[in-house]
Write a protein that binds this ligand. Sequence first.
Ligand code: F6P
Length: 326
Amino acid sequence: MAKIKKIAVLTSGGDAPGMNAAVRAVVRAAQYHKIKVVGIEHGYEGMINGEFVDLTSIDVRNIIQRGGTFLRSARSMEFKTKEGRATAHQNLVEKKIDALIVIGGDGTFTGAGLFSQEYDIPCIGIPGTIDNDIFGTDFTIGFDTALNTVVEAIDKIKDTANSHDRMFFIEVMGRDAGFIALQAGIATGAEAILIPEVEGQEDKLKEFILTESHNKKSSHIILVAEGNKLGGAHEVAKKVAEDFPDLNVRVSVLGHIQRGGAPTAFDRFLASRLGVAAVDALLDNQRSIMVGYTNHEVVHVPFNKTIKGHRNVSKELLEVADILSI
Ligand code: F6P
């Protein structure tokens, strides 16, 4: 394989705290190995539109602690088309780019997988999404920060819930996955956690409201992942209020505050390790893989495996949440 002289890096999909730290690590690791780096703004959209910017070590100073992504992000419909990918490839050829590192989630890896097959260009993925729903890695960049943001917000809501003897339905992000809801629920002592992966939650919630232990508590926190099958927090709260008119119910939707803020120490560390690992993987002639983090070790997972695989919620965690909610 020809020696890699220049690589491009982009962030794509929903942003996640720690993406900047990952870009910084890619740029510095590449420079360390005398490889040039080009940043692509607005993800695959920018690759099609030619939004390229040269990056050196100095350009990524002072960003390790910043939330969001200074390269900006987008969800590109055009990159899903053959024509879009052809234009993107042409732009990479003109810029003499030999390989690509993409930071994002499932959709990002699907795009990179197709692209590297069609154009024989090595692509390495770094998992970056607050949802932590990527198969083949224990953690994605941004999850820990989002979790801490959610926990901090719920602690505050608990203060006012207690003062007014209220049942709060709190909606957190997770269109298809309940990892934020489950872990935040355990960390804040939520009374119930409703997530997309579990069926029959309405009955369970009703049963819980009728239990003795429920009646002993004056306030309650019910965590609802946005993709939950019964609907979001507003829908669930409405149904519960209809069935139990005596309950003093309120709803709080945490929304996009979950995606912002300075990354936690863990997310900075993870992003730094995976950024270096991504460059190492390219030097090792790897292609079409994600660098993940499992059992405290960097792992390589082929794109087709991580895209096809589904990360299941742990039964043990569900049980822990159940046991502790009495
Ligand atoms: O980043 C993933 C995610 O946070 C999902 O949990 C959520 O449904 C989605 O992004 C919302 O993103 P946007 O508002 O950018 O469409």
